[in-house]
Design a protein around this ligand. Structure first.
Ligand SMILES: Cc1cc2nc3c(=O)[nH]c(=O)nc-3n(C[C@H](O)[C@H](O)[C@H](O)COP(=O)(O)OP(=O)(O)OC[C@H]3O[C@@H](n4cnc5c(N)ncnc54)[C@H](O)[C@@H]3O)c2cc1C
Length: 374
């Protein structure tokens, strides 16, 4: 009987398979690693200079920190360098493949893993003989199973709920699933954002005690851009605060407001209209209007929702860490392992999700090896 069946030939599944020679990957796509291919604008942001659990939304930061430490960014970069790929820092400590995400995919496939492509996993059962994985191509049998089937984002390139369904069928708790690293839709008070579609500017975003300073992008659906993507990871409901300017500059009373602010003019005009102030000379503003203008430095708004799974880079929530050991094995079902995005661990923008996929896959592979020798 085979040692391990790995569900999903994505980042976590392929990486784990390196360490598990007696494994078979089951992948329903016609090709492996489709998400890696399109990630990071086609250049895949593999990891970050600063890896720690503080950049993750998860059910247990200690757990995540321990798993990250055992296979951190240094080890990952060393592994890639040895294989001939030296990722480059493009912005904010983010490491990208030098030319294309195919460089990473080639490395992940270089050990020639056994992959059953076009193989749709439908469920898993545990029998006296071992684990039986039911698929459209028939049943597969193994001593251990690694669920590395990812989240719900980007169904068009293979995302499915199978990992959560398998976990639930064995009695695992699934922490609430939501699209994350995604744009936010707005309520009617902020419909003025939509008129600014295409405008990108720097802003500071505060949400649930976290602060992100980066670009925001107004779109036809609401608001997006890296700062908003990160905010979406921590936003549950209620207000987030946007600072379009850190403070109001000294303004000449003789000049029109929109000519004096260091912000796109179209934005300033729409902003002023939304807060009921005419674009007039600063000297003509009432005291109360001057106060209202300070909303530029602290503009609270409650998003209506997100752009959804089809636009989200990741799924937050997932298999509860309370029921998972540090070797990624289920506390409920010996021999059943999990890795990657299917777990209740979601990183910020910046290579954190691939780092998690690789770190957790490494821990799972070690755990599986140990399980198989015992
Ligand atoms: C557009 C986009 C850009 C991104 N860019 C970055 C980035 O630059 N940096 C970063 O860190 N993260 C990025 N991410 C997030 C990152 O891609 C994921 O977090 C990561 O791929 C998760 O790895 P995984 O192995 O858990 O899941 P995946 O890589 O999604 O792999 C899961 C695999 O399981 C397969 N599968 C699913 N259901 C079944 C089934 N029923 N039967 C058989 N196979 C199945 C899927 O087809 C897939 O191949 C991006 C995501 C998107 C959508």
């Amino acid at each position: 009987m085979r040692g391990t069946l790995i569900i999903g030939a994505g980042a976590a599944g392929l990486f784990a398979s390196r360490y598990l020679p007696d494994s078979l990957l089951l992948e329903h796509n016609p090709k492996p690693a489709q998400k890696i291919k399109i990630s990071g604008g086609g250049k895949c942001n593999v990891t970050n200079k600063e890896i720690s659990s503080s950049h993750y939304h998860c059910g247990d930061t200690n757990f995540v920190q321990k798993v990250l430490q055992k296979y951190d960014n240094t080890k990952l970069l060393h592994f890639l360098a040895k294989a001939g790929c030296r990722p480059v820092v493009r912005k904010k400590g983010q490491y990208f493949c030098p030319h294309s995400s195919s460089e990473l995919i080639d490395i992940l496939l270089s050990h020639r893993p056994q992959i059953e492509l076009g193989c749709e996993v439908e469920g898993v059962e545990k029998t006296n003989q071992g684990f039986v994985v039911h698929t459209n191509k028939g049943d597969y049998l193994a001593k251990t199973v690694l669920v590395a089937s990812g989240g719900l984002s980007y169904k068009k390139i293979g995302a499915s709920p199978i990992g959560y369904e398998i976990a639930k069928s064995f009695g695992h708790t699934i922490m609430t699933l939501r699209p994350a690293l995604v744009g936010l839709t707005v309520q009617k008070e902020q419909f003025w954002f939509k008129q600014l579609a295409g405008i990108s500017m720097r802003a500071r975003v505060e949400v649930a005690g976290k602060v992100f300073e980066d670009d925001i992008l107004f779109t036809h659906k609401g608001i997006s851009g890296p700062a908003i993507f990160n905010a979406s990871l921590y936003w549950e409901r209620g207000a987030i605060i946007l600072s379009f300017l850190p403070r109001l500059p000294r303004l000449s009373p003789h000049k029109i407001i929109s000519t004096q602010l260091p912000l796109p003019k179209r934005f300033v005009k729409a902003f002023l209209k939304s807060i009921g102030i005419e674009d007039k000379k600063v000297g003509e503003l009432s005291l109360e209007e001057k106060k209202r203008l300070e909303l530029l430095c602290r503009y609270p708004f409650a998003p209506a929702g997100t752009f959804g799974y089809e636009r989200a880079e990741v799924t937050k929530g997932g298999v509860s860490l309370q029921e998972i050991q540090e070797d990624m094995q289920s506390r409920l079902v010996p021999g059943l392992f999990f890795a990657g995005e299917v777990l209740d661990v979601t990183g910020e923008l910046g290579g954190y999700n691939f780092q998690w996929a690789f770190s957790s896959a490494y821990a799972a592979a070690k755990g599986i090896k140990q399980f198989l020798v015992e």
